[in-house]
Every structure is written in C-alpha cells, then in structure tokens.
Design a protein around this ligand. Structure first.
Ligand code: NAD
Length: 285
C-alpha cells in the first residue's frame, strides 16, 4: 500500500483508524537458543490462563470482561480503572448488554447478576491471583500512557513467569507500546472487535520477541473466551483494518465524485460481493 493511500485512510472514521506512522514489521526470527533464554522455564506450570486483569473499563475493557465472565472458564476476572465513575458505568453497560443478549436468546447466559458478580471492579491495579494471569491493557489509544503501564507491569511481574501481558491497541505499533518491557517474551497483542460480546474475532498479535508459549497461551485464552483467533504480525491495521480502511476510503471517494449514491453503493456491495452490510451502513454503526 502506498504511503499516500495509507495517509488517506487515516481520515476515515475513528473506529476504523489505523496508524499511518506505524512502521512495525515483525523482524522476529528468533532462534531456539534465544527462545530458551527468553522463554518460560520448562517446569513452568502455566499452560492455561486462569486469571484475567483488564486495565481500562471503557467500551472494550468492559466488553472483554463480560465475554470472559459469560464463559465462566476463569477463576477470576478483575476490571480496573482509574475512575470510579467509569467502573460504575462499566457495570451498568455489562448488565444491560447481558440482559439484551439473554432476552434476544443470542446466548445461554443464565442469571445476569451472577455473571456480573464474576467480575471484580477495582481502582487498584491488583489481580485476584497472580497465577496463570493474563493482563489486558485497554486504556485510550495514547502511546505514552500505554508505555508507562507496561513498564510498571514489567517491574511488578518481571520475575513471575506465570504472568503474560497484552495490549488491545487498534492502531499503535505493539512493539512501541512494549518499548520498555524487559520480558518481551511474555508480551503480545490481542485485538478484540467492538462490540466485544457479539464479535467473534480476535487478532492475536505476535510482537517482536513474543515467544511461542505466550502465543499458544493467547490462542487458548481466545478459545476459552468463546472467540475465534487469527494470528498476525505487528503490522499496521493488522488484518481487518488494513483491508477495511482502504475499502471504506474508496466508497467515500465514489460518493464524493457523485459516481453513485450511498444507498446504491451499499446495495451493490451486499448483493454483488456478498457482504452483510454496505460500507455506509457499516460506517453508521
Ligand atoms: N472502541 C473500539 O471500537 C476499539 C476496537 C478495538 C480496539 N480498541 C482499542 O481498545 C483500547 C480502549 O478503547 P476503548 O474504546 O475501550 O476506550 P474508552 O475510552 O472507552 O475506555 C478507556 C478506559 O480506560 C480508562 N483509563 C485511562 N487511563 C487509565 C489508566 N492509566 N489505568 C486504568 N484505566 C485507565 C478510562 O478511564 C476509560 O474508562 C484503545 O487502545 C483502542 O484503540 C478500540
């Protein structure tokens, strides 16, 4: 993709934004020897994520917590935020979403309050347990605060090989976010889609340094959260946004030139390409 096209795609709606300055390529050829040095000890008991700490209780963080709580496959789920108000909104959002899903019979979720009670809300960045723990960062899309969080996490858990860390960024290079992470073998990306409780896909991002054990744990975690994972290197837009953003951009250009109406473009893509929604319907979501 040309730099110009990439730059143009940036002007698309926020939800689809991809980072134009991102240069992160996976240069990650890691030898077996390096893996051994960087990797988990062979006696590491960690073969499945049991506890989850989610940092940031906004749209994505609350959706991830809800998805984990719904499957009931985790020993603990902690949703942390710097704002009490945001945590309270997250609880309301999760309760409403579960109630909706239950009423529309989209999933068998049992008692809504019981599912909500599986999530511990906290302003303290403290998991219920540090064993077999996955920490998911879902704070706003700003590089420095994200870098700071991973630096602090790395300092707190540097000797604990039972903890792995991921970012849910859509558009920042994961490698940059993890710049100050010493234990890069235990760092990666998990890109969920909005609305998380309804969207099955998760892009599992291998960052330079992510080791195979971490990657396999993330794959298993995604399955345990009842999602479908696809693997991707740390490349701009990962898979979905990399393809979707230029497509949306072209739709806008067609409309701006007066080549076709929004309605006809939507109809064309639904009936001609088999897409469930046209580009303008998707932008309106
Ligand atoms: N919104 C989407 O459609 C979407 C889709 C995929 C990925 N993402 C990515 O997910 C991440 C979160 O997006 P969002 O839409 O949920 O954001 P949001 O603004 O809805 O929520 C962010 C939350 O993080 C909290 N927060 C801020 N600083 C914090 C800190 N230091 N510690 C703990 N909590 C903190 C805020 O109080 C807020 O509640 C971003 O990186 C975004 O790019 C978003």
């Amino acid at each position: 993709m040309s730099k110009l096209l990439i730059r143009q795609t940036l002007r698309l709606p926020q939800i689809l934004a991809t980072n134009l300055t991102k240069s992160g390529q996976f240069s990650g050829h890691i030898t077996g020897h390096q893996l051994l040095i960087r990797g988990f000890s062979q006696t590491s008991p960690m073969n499945r994520i049991e506890n989850v700490l989610i940092i940031g209780s906004g749209l994505m963080g609350s959706g991830i917590a809800q998805s984990c709580a719904t499957t009931n496959r985790f020993k603990s789920i902690t949703l942390q935020d710097i704002s009490e108000d945001q945590l309270s909104k997250a609880k309301t959002r999760i309760t409403q979403s579960l109630t909706n899903i239950k009423e529309k019979k989209k999933a068998n979720i049992g008692d809504v309050n019981e599912v909500v009670s599986r999530i511990t809300l906290s302003t303290e960045r403290k998991p219920q347990s540090e064993d077999n723990l996955l920490i998911i960062e879902a704070i706003p899309e700003l590089l420095e605060p994200k870098q700071r969080i991973f630096k602090e996490l790395c300092e707190s858990f540097k000797d604990n090989k039972s903890v792995i860390f991921v970012t849910n960024t859509s558009s920042l290079p994961c490698y940059e976010i993890g710049k100050y992470v010493d234990c890069k073998d235990r760092f990666g990306g998990l890109h969920f889609f909005n609305p998380v409780p309804l969207m099955k896909l998760v892009e599992i991002v291998k960052v330079q340094g992510t080791n195979e054990q971490t990657f396999e744990l993330l794959q298993q975690f995604v399955k345990d959260a009842d999602k479908v994972g696809v693997a991707c290197k740390d490349t701009p837009g990962f898979i979905v946004n990399r393809l979707l953003v230029p497509y949306m951009q072209e739709a806008v250009r067609l409309l701006e030139r007066g080549d076709a109406t929004a309605r006809d473009i939507d109809t064309a893509m639904k009936l001609g390409a088999g897409y469930p929604m046209g580009p303008f319907e998707l932008m309106g979501k």
